[in-house]
Design a protein around this ligand. Structure first.
Ligand SMILES: *Cc1c(COP(=O)(O)O)cnc(C)c1O
Length: 459
């Protein structure tokens, strides 16, 4: 039990340091890589050395859990969730089949059903806690394929935009579809799916002998946080007899706020919906979710059994093994159940509301400072911008310089073929002072960059 005390001390240290640590750091050399990746000794090394090596290795990388990390999609990982994980792992119960631990499965089932209600899905809706959005998409695509196309599905086509996360195309490939089955629906200047273009594509594909079966819409794209016109797409998909799947891996949990519900209107029409608690519910990595209108479809697509399972304790709770590709799994729901029960749902609603406010203030601060252009007002908590009147090279350099300070970390993407910087606010540890710091660093380096450009112009 000595290890428990030492590890908890280290954990408290690490989490305590988060507000002050650099936003990114890549400083370790090959000697350290060699040391930490060496073959384990026959006799072990002892706790102090092992934990020290861990601490060294953890000192390098992007500080994704820190408050000044605005790159990609931040994921804070609440400490409560980490404690739940420790309980889960120490207990080590299986929840793939409900008979192993019916009451623990009931806890997880309660969280899933509560969330289905928040999204306006009907009673009877259900779902699965996965390891992430990618695995959740895969289960959804396999279910849609199985239900809408049957076992001979090679003529099936699915529809989404170029803004959609690549995990959807990847799931389609793993589910057995050729790349040509993933049809790219055009978007307008606002990067939203064009429903008329979708309708025309479906008609054309049908006429050519294809079997359109699925539309994937975005409830917040990774690149820009853009939300597709969900009500129009839902009506069209259902009018055409297509499965309507929504990717809310980044933006889905904004549904817990009044503003989010307004923006995500139409999400209640989804046949299936992916949300990532490890993004917008502040859970630690390895926490995704699939919600489905009708879990019997998931079951039909994934169910199996074996003679060795004939002794299971009977229960009415779901066998999660029947909902996706995993059998043995940990008590995955506790890391959501404990934070929700401990802090209450309103703590999450408030935190998400704060992120929307912070993104608005970042947008205003960037758009009004005179140095930056913001091509899109944020739908959710992601702001994209460029250094006004500057080349792509100057924008790339600005990003490098800002990130090199270690004070904040941002990333970039492309909008309509143009390189843009992006700032995504999503950590529960990020507050107004951290956004102010990001704006201060950006403006500081923008001033220098503009100075350089003027100098070059006059030279
Ligand atoms: C992150 C993300 C995914 C992929 O989810 P993982 O949890 O990384 O597997 C899918 N869609 C969107 C919109 C995302 O932001």
């Amino acid at each position: 039990m000595e290890i428990g005390r030492s590890a908890l001390e280290l954990i408290t240290d690490l989490v305590g340091e988060l507000p002050f640590s650099r936003a990114s750091s890549f400083h370790l050399g090959s000697d350290v890589y060699e040391q930490v990746s060496a073959r384990p000794d026959e006799d072990g090394r002892g706790l102090d050395e092992a934990l020290a090596l861990f601490r060294t290795a953890a000192g390098e990388g992007l500080e994704t859990a820190g408050p000044r990390y605005f790159g990609y999609v931040p994921s804070g990982g609440t400490f409560t969730s980490a404690v739940a994980e420790l309980l889960t792992r120490a207990l080590n119960r299986c929840t793939g089949l409900a008979g192993f631990s019916p009451a623990l499965v009931a806890m997880e089932d309660g969280v899933i059903r509560w969330l289905c209600g928040e999204f306006g899905l009907p009673a009877g809706a259900g779902g699965l806690i996965t390891t992430g959005g990618s695995t959740a998409h895969l289960a959804a695509l396999v279910a849609a394929r199985y239900e809408r196309l049957g076992e001979c599905f090679t003529a099936g086509t699915l529809y989404t935009t170029a803004q959609t996360h690549y995990s959807v195309a990847k799931a389609a490939r793993i589910a057995g579809f050729p790349a040509s089955a993933v049809r790219t629906v055009p978007t307008g200047h606002d990067l939203r799916m064009d429903p008329q273009a979708l309708s025309a594509m479906i008609a054309r594909d049908r006429a050519a002998g294809a079997r359109p079966f699925l539309v994937v819409a975005n409830a917040g794209t990774t690149s820009t946080g853009t939300v597709d016109p969900l009500p129009e797409i839902a009506a069209l998909a259902h009018g055409e007899g297509l499965w309507f799947h929504v990717d809310g891996a980044y933006g889905g949990f904004f549904q817990l706020t009044a503003r989010g519900r307004q923006i995500l209107r139409g999400i209640e029409c989804a046949d299936s919906l992916v949300v990532d608690p490890h993004k917008s519910l502040f859970a630690p990595y390895g926490t995704g979710m699939l919600l489905v209108r009708d879990p019997t479809v998931l079951r039909a697509a994934h169910q199996g059994t074996g003679e060795y399972l004939q002794d299971l304790h009977p229960t009415t709770f779901p066998h999660y093994a029947d909902y996706g590709c995993e059998l043995t799994r940990e008590c995955r729901g506790l890391k959501l159940w404990l934070p929700l029960w401990l802090h209450g749902v309103s703590a999450f609603r408030r935190a998400l509301d704060e992120k929307l406010d912070l993104a608005c203030s970042a947008y205003r601060g960037l758009a009004s400072g005179g140095y930056f252009d913001c091509p899109l007002p944020p739908d959710l908590s992601t702001v994209v911008f460029t250094l006004a009147g500057a080349s792509e090279k100057a924008n790339r350099q600005l990003l490098e310089e800002v990130n090199a300070t270690g004070r904040v970390y941002l990333s970039s993407t492309m909008v309509q073929g143009r390189h843009v910087l992006r700032l995504c606010v999503l950590s529960h540890r990020t507050h107004a002072e951290h956004v102010s710091e990001a704006l201060a660093v950006l403006h500081e380096f923008a001033r220098r960059s503009v100075g350089r450009i003027r100098l070059a112009d006059t030279a």
